[in-house]
Design a protein around this ligand. Structure first.
Ligand code: GCU
Length: 605
């Protein structure tokens, strides 16, 4: 009889245990263990990983992660998956784009690979960083469960310190992209539910005493002459007066921040050249703590609202924008630097100074590149449509994703708006949930505007979302000419509303299909889409409290819930088709409108 391993008794018991997943849902990989990584050495683990889809969570039930590496022919038990051999998948990727059979797969999938470890120093700390994994990512090292992360578009960190062997270790991730009512987003979205580890996966090592976070901003007092710096550290240093030294050589600035319980802040006088779309000036910042050293490239600017005006460095601006998803016909939700450069090139061709990164946190390269190129960004968490607003666990998930987004990007000058959601019905539960998110955003970042994409009250034809009073800036999704038939209501909306703060049109647009069998007139025709843009542009120009527009959307994008004869799984509102090359007439109409705005000092002349 073959010798059985310690797992054998589990093979039968696990068939009767429907609570099997509870021990693996700690959500302990969250914003609290994020690590500042600017300027750090990073060891890429991108490449081929062993892979298996696992629809019924057999891997968790049978504890595949505890199996030891053994040649298949020496296995002593008939396990249903061997983490150490099998087919492979490239990381980063979305499994839907790898095989036809996986296109609509929703569930768990296992990633496994070996990693050779040699310590660089006795006290080093070792972290696994994943740029994003959709949606729930459970991390195991050498058969030990470290924890899991909820949220499909913010980074996660799992610490391996003290759990590594010299030489070969095994890293395993179980990623589950199931859609459920209590997740953020929940089970119904108008974008494709990709799955997998779709951004970089890497090892980051630090000294024993490390800088956990570094946050700099221009004190938002309209003086433009003080920089606020917050630092957070961890680990003992042999000094009675632990401190962090921050320097910005180009400003001839070097300051010492004294620490109490690992944290410290300082405000220093400085007169940096201000960051703006026209002059996106960035400064190299260096922070040193004991043996640790991190850097960042930071722009200093002030964004604020004054009445119905949006002010950048004290000057009124109009946000000439476009909305974008992360989506690609070949790569799914994987973003490459070339893809980003093309996105921003098309935005510049549209004469944009602004983009709405819908409906979730985009790749960190996107906000870094926007910093360099001088584009203003609306960043957003996927509190989208009918979120389970009554559920405290759902709130914790949404709040964690918001804090992760803010902590990752709050040194990015390009990001001017944190959006706490999109198109949620105005109920008491939703108001409480999102007003709390607004407070959290302000607590973690005192120098950006907080907004949300709200719905218009069509019965009253006015802007009266109760969340608006909590926001600095009101986003409105309006589709007059498409979902809402009567265009004159758009003008009446302006007369009926007269809000006391700036409003941006966070979405407007229409589908226009230009592929094989495209209609020549009527709904879904390119000509109808162009007519909607002509009228939107004409009407919005008359609504003087509108201070920005980000039409929906730059590129056509994949979505399961659109299957009519013109859509076939794609949302066709893109100004450019899903080849990311072919422009529709409406692209040129918007570019022309924005060119006129760009040449005029103010939008409503
Ligand atoms: C909504 C929603 C978008 C969606 C768009 C559409 O406003 O916010 O996510 O894709 O409308 O219907 O095309």
């Amino acid at each position: 009889m073959l010798e059985r391993s310690h797992l054998a008794e589990n093979a039968i018991n696990c068939l009767h245990d429907e609570q099997y997943d509870l021990p693996f849902n700690l959500q302990n990989l969250n914003h609290r263990n994020m690590l500042f990584i600017g300027g750090r050495q990073r060891e890429s683990l991108n490449g081929d990983w062993n892979f298996a889809v696992d629809l019924l969570d057999t891997g968790l039930r049978q504890r595949w992660y505890q199996m030891q590496p053994t040649p298949a022919e020496q296995r002593t038990e008939p396990w249903d998956y061997d983490p150490y051999v099998g087919e492979t998948i490239p990381v980063p990727s979305c499994w839907q784009m790898q095989k036809k059979e996986w296109y609509f797969f929703e569930g768990s999938a296992w990633y496994t690979r070996a990693w050779e470890y040699q310590p660089n120093s006795a006290d080093e700390r070792v972290f696994l960083r994943i740029g994003a994994a959709q949606y729930d990512c459970k991390v195991f090292i050498n058969g030990e469960f470290i924890g899991n992360h909820y949220g499909g578009s913010t980074p996660l960190f799992a610490e391996f310190t003290g759990k590594l062997r010299i030489g070969r270790n095994w890293i395993m991730c179980c990623v589950n992209n199931s859609r459920t009512l209590d997740r953020v987003p929940m089970r119904n979205t108008d974008w494709f539910n990709y799955g997998g580890i779709y951004r970089d996966i890497e090892i980051v090592r630090t000294p024993g005493a490390l800088i956990r976070d570094l946050h700099l901003y221009l004190v938002p007092n309209r003086q433009y002459n003080q920089i606020h710096i917050d630092v957070e550290t961890e680990g003992e240093v042999d000094s009675d007066h632990p401190q962090v030294v921050v320097s910005i050589a180009e400003l001839n600035l070097r300051c010492t921040i004294m620490l109490t319980a690992g944290k410290g802040s300082i405000e220093i006088n400085a007169e940096p050249e201000l960051w703006s779309p026209e002059r996106p000036k960035l400064y190299t910042v260096v922070a040193e703590f004991a043996q640790d050293r991190v850097t960042d490239r930071v722009g200093f600017r002030q964004i604020e609202v004054n009445g119905t005006e949006i002010l950048l460095n004290g000057t009124s601006i109009f946000l000439r924008g476009i909305s974008v998803h992360e989506d690609d016909v070949a790569l799914g939700k994987v973003v490459t630097m070339d893809d980003l450069k093309r996105r921003f090139h098309h935005a510049k061709q549209l004469n944009c100074n602004y983009l709405r990164f819908a409906h979730y946190t985009h790749h960190e390269w996107a906000t870094q590149l926007a910093d360099e190129l001088g584009l203003l960004i609306w960043a957003e968490i996927p509190v989208y449509w009918a979120i389970d607003f009554q559920n405290p666990a759902t709130y914790r998930d949404a709040e964690n994703q918001l804090i992760e987004m803010i902590k990752r990007d709050r040194n990015r000058a390009s990001v001017i708006i944190w959006s706490v959601g999109n198109e949620n019905a105005d109920t008491d539960a939703r108001l409480g949930f999102m007003a709390e998110l607004v407070n959290t955003a302000r607590r973690y970042d005192p120098c950006r505007l907080v907004s949300a994409a709200c719905l218009v009250n069509h019965a009253q034809n006015r802007i009266e979302d109760r969340l608006a009073e909590h926001l600095d800036l009101i986003g409105i999704n309006e589709y007059y000419g498409w979902y809402e038939e009567n265009f004159d209501d758009l003008l009446a909306l302006g007369e009926n509303s007269n809000p006391s703060k700036p409003v941006v049109i966070s979405e407007t647009g229409a589908d226009g299909f230009i592929g094989e069998g495209a209609p020549t007139s009527g709904l879904f025709s390119e000509s109808y889409m162009s007519e909607v843009y002509r009228k939107q542009i004409d009407y919005l120009a008359k609504m003087d409290y509108i201070k920005g527009i980000s039409p929906w959307i730059l590129y056509e994008f994949r979505v399961e819930r659109r299957q009519n004869v013109f859509q076939r799984g794609w949302n066709r509102k893109g100004l450019i088709a899903n080849d990311k090359v072919t422009k529709k007439q409406a692209f040129h109409l918007l570019a022309e409108f924005y060119a006129k705005l760009k040449s005029r000092s103010s939008y409503h002349e």
